[in-house]
Design a protein around this ligand. Structure first.
Ligand code: FMN
Length: 180
């Protein structure tokens, strides 16, 4: 099994989404010690904004297509995903490769993959909030290309030390439940 780990938090050692993606990787490795882990740190090695010329370079897309499981750290920045993560998404949502338009509407072409997203947010949101554009966006995006993502969440990270601790504990509990 090949696992692709994508991180996009700018906060380094203090990052909650990175703590959660690391915990998910540990759990996946415990289930399959022979798994190959490919890491892509979108902050250490940022991708450029998308250009037409960038479509010619399929390295990021090929890496995504080659993975069986994709683990994504998605902190909420200004109600959405970091622009670093958006630049990655722009390279994997490719007509004719990961989705196509048919007479019956769009069709996702990415079957048989597991996508696990670790969301961290400073405040408290659910998908009914008009400001929530992380889970709603990623659920829509991955659904569009044919995968139903699983989410783990740490909320309230900027709401005070107790809320931060409780948010991280909740996220780690949700990671444990992924194994069930
Ligand atoms: C640039 C920036 C923008 C942020 N915007 C939001 C926001 O819109 N809503 C929110 O609830 N928290 C926001 N936060 C707080 C982060 O979501 C929170 O700190 C979260 O833990 C970030 O993930 P990380 O710990 O992996 O970096 C923001 C933080 C930063 C650094």
């Amino acid at each position: 099994m090949t696992i692709l780990k994508i991180d996009s938090s700018i906060t380094g050692e203090a990052s909650v989404s990175r703590q959660l993606t690391n915990a998910i990787i540990d759990q996946l490795k415990a289930q399959d010690s022979g798994a190959t882990i490919v890491t892509r740190d979108l902050v250490a090695e940022p991708l450029d904004h998308l250009t037409l010329a960038a479509f010619a370079d399929t390295k990021v897309l090929d890496e995504f297509l080659a993975a069986d499981t994709i683990v994504i750290g998605a902190p909420m920045y200004n109600f959405g995903v970091p622009s670093q993560l958006k630049a990655w998404i722009d390279r994997i949502a490719v007509a004719g490769k990961t989705f196509r338009y048919t007479a019956n509407g769009p069709e996702g072409l990415v079957g048989d993959k597991r996508v696990i997203v670790a969301i961290s947010r400073g405040g408290f949101y659910d998908t009914t909030s008009p400001f929530e554009h992380v889970e709603t966006y990623l659920a829509g995006l991955f659904g569009f290309i044919g995968v139903k993502p699983e989410f783990v969440q740490a909320n309230g990270i900027a709401a005070g030390p107790e809320q931060r601790e409780a948010g991280i504990a909740n996220g780690l509990e949700e990671v444990e439940r992924l194994a069930a």
